[in-house]
Ligand binder design. Structure first.
Ligand code: GAL
Length: 398
């Protein structure tokens, strides 16, 4: 009986979504939250009809991905589709060309065409509330894929990586590349001061904030003790963010920084970049300005996603590092969560505290991340079957 009361109270709290109540709900813990999800009609676990005994070939999973201009989302889309089709499900995979109205329209269409579960990597984390309400009205469970969907109670589950730790890993890779620290976090043999510049992702992507916070918490002591100097003075996320994670915008900002801040003969020694696409834009700007020679070495540039073009740059000693997030594992978790919903079960979360989307804490499954420097490419990316040695050498995936 007490369990029933907690579950029903949990439904009530999560619907009302006020701050204190959300904290209380989060405190109820994973198991009870999972049960409460399963019991909350209209906010979660299950479609209009009972799909639990249905043949997978009669069930459709709508998969909405943000863009095909970045290779990682193509890999994500393909992995999710392959894995679901391997289990016999029908898959409606759509890419939205980084255009918010297109993504809204595609999700609308998935709903009207009778999707049984939705897996969505949002372009703008706050722009899909209407679609999510329509999904909830039809009791279609929604899984946020890698990017949290914000400001809606109708997000049932979140699969991602530990995004704060991604930022910490990027900052540590910058410190290691500069020699202020060793790979295992011990004091390095260099003391600086080093000039660095900071970049962040798209402000409408929840992840961008987690990456930046993790990185800045890690860099702060080094900025405070002056072994790192952000010469432009631009340390605010609003100042350093790159809308839609565009490579060209990052290149332009780096060019502007070089002209405005480094026209006195001083050099940039390191750049915190949160994503490989941005890193490539930043590197192009630096190379165009004459960096990349023995006398004028390329700064330490970080990254994320282990995109093949950047893995080649790391192998060639141009980019310093990337953070590898195995999209095969992420796709697998999305499929596990989708199947749980289809069986009227709550997917298993391993984090029920961190991802407050502004309305509720979304139960999440977070995967670990790996920092890849040149020496790690073979073990982490080739031996694991993510890329072949030929693909790394060519900088192109087949
Ligand atoms: C983020 C994602 C990163 C990167 C970036 C740009 O949401 O977590 O891994 O892919 O988008 O696509």
């Amino acid at each position: 009986m007490w369990l029933y009361l907690i579950i029903m109270r949990g439904c009530d709290l999560s619907r009302r979504g006020d701050n204190v109540n959300r904290k209380l709900l989060a405190a109820l813990g994973g198991a009870v939250l999972a049960l409460s999800l399963a019991a909350c009609g209209g906010e979660g676990a299950g479609g209009d009809t009972d799909t639990s005994g249905q043949d997978p070939k009669d069930l459709t999973i709508g998969v909405s991905m943000p863009t095909q201009t970045s290779e990682r989302w193509i890999a994500d889309g393909n992995s999710v589709k392959e894995k679901l089709e391997g289990k016999g499900y029908k898959v409606d995979l759509q890419y939205a060309g980084d255009d918010i109205p297109t993504q809204s329209q595609q999700v609308d269409q998935m709903i009207t065409q009778g999707a049984d579960v939705l897996i969505i990597a949002a372009i703008d984390g706050t722009a899909l509330s209407g679609q999510l309400q329509a999904a909830a009205d039809k009791k279609i469970p929604v899984i946020a894929y890698d990017r949290l969907i914000r400001d809606s109670k109708n997000v049932d589950f979140y699969v991602s990586f530990d995004n704060y730790k991604v930022g910490v890993a990027q900052a540590n890779a910058l410190l290691t590349g500069l020699g202020l620290q060793t790979k295992d976090g011990a004091k390095g043999d260099k003391t600086g001061p080093f000039n660095i510049e900071l970049f962040a992702g798209s402000l409408d992507d929840n992840n961008a904030h987690f990456f930046f916070d993790g990185a800045m918490d890690t860099l702060k002591p080094f900025i405070d003790n002056k072994s790192l100097v952000v010469k432009s003075g631009q340390t605010n996320i609003e100042k350093v963010a790159i809308l839609r994670w565009q490579q060209e915008t990052a290149q332009k900002r780096m060019e502007d920084l070089l002209t405005s801040t480094y026209n006195d003969g001083s050099k940039v020694n390191g750049v915190l970049s949160p994503y490989d696409g941005l890193s490539r834009g930043i590197i192009t700007a630096l190379q165009n300005a004459g960096y990349g020679t023995a006398a004028n070495p390329i700064p330490v540039v970080t990254g994320q996603d282990a995109e093949i073009a950047s893995v080649k740059l790391i192998n060639d000693g141009v980019q310093s590092s990337t953070i590898f997030k195995d999209t095969r594992l992420l796709a697998e978790q999305a499929v596990i969560a989708a199947e749980a919903f289809l069986k009227k079960q709550a997917p298993q979360a391993n984090d029920t505290k961190t991802y407050d989307n502004g309305v509720k804490v979304v139960p999440s499954y977070l995967l670990p991340v790996v920092t890849v420097y040149k020496d790690d490419i073979k073990k982490e990316l080739i031996d694991s079957g993510y890329y072949t040695a030929e693909e790394v050498a060519a900088g192109q995936a087949k």
